[in-house]
Ligand binder design. Structure first.
Ligand code: SF4
Ligand code: SF4
Length: 219
């Protein structure tokens, strides 16, 4: 009865197929990396309808960087620690009060340029660790494909290029005015502590005349 054995095997195969079809609508729910089943995918579909569906990523995963520019103080620590030099920051000193960040740190600099080239980034996460205001963070976005390499260079700024020009000039003028005021103060200071006045009160030369023992002439 060979055909009975064929039929039984066929039926087992079909049963298994129907069992999997029944689970077609079951998806692996987003779960923590600490879950023992995280990488096992025992239940539900393994394949996903990308990009409408995406696999869950761990909360502590390191993917695209994001900067909250409102909280950045321009300290440059992230750029200095980056092992591949993919962070470029330009700052301008402010003569106005720029307020504080959300953690109360005083802001003193404008940021006309803050670029992160994600094409060079090795996702080490060091920049996020050293950031004193925690405004630079890794997000869960791992999906930013492009055909242009330059589009991987992400830009932030808190003033435009035109505003930056004005702020640069303002700071230069402020510095010049400060230096000039210092010079004026020294010139107008008549106290003996003023090094300028001290010079005038000192004797010009303290020369003692001596007699030449050879020919008795004064030297
Ligand atoms: S994650 Fe590492 S490589 Fe990427 S920008 Fe930060 S410090 Fe540089
Ligand atoms: S370390 Fe943080 S606060 Fe300092 S420049 Fe970088 S992002 Fe801004």
């Amino acid at each position: 009865m060979k055909w009975l054995s064929y039929l039984s095997k066929l039926w087992s195969g079909l049963l298994l197929t129907f069992q999997h079809l029944k689970k077609l609508n079951t998806r692996k729910a987003p779960s923590s990396i600490e879950s023992p089943n995280f990488f096992q995918e025992k239940e539900g579909l393994v394949t996903i309808k990308y990009p409408r569906e995406q696999i869950p990523v761990p909360d502590i995963g390191r993917y695209q960087l994001h900067l909250d520019i409102e909280d950045c103080i321009g300290c440059d620590q992230c750029a200095r620690i980056c092992p591949v030099n993919c962070i470029t920051i330009e700052t301008i000193r402010s003569i106005e009060d720029l307020g504080v960040t959300s953690d109360g740190t005083k802001k003193k600099l404008y940021l006309p340029k803050f670029d992160i080239d994600m094409a060079k980034c090795c996702f080490c996460g060091l920049c996020t660790v050293v950031c004193p205001t925690e405004c630079l963070v890794m997000t869960s976005n791992y999906d930013y494909p492009t055909t242009q390499l330059s589009e991987m260079n992400f830009h932030w700024e808190n003033i435009t290029a035109e505003q930056a020009e004005i702020k640069r000039k303002e700071w230069q003028e402020y510095e010049l005015a400060k230096k000039q005021a210092k010079l004026n103060a020294i010139q107008n200071d008549s106290s003996p502590q003023n090094p300028k006045n001290e010079k005038q009160t000192k004797p010009l030369l303290n020369i003692k005349s001596k007699t030449n023992p050879i020919d008795n002439t004064t030297i």
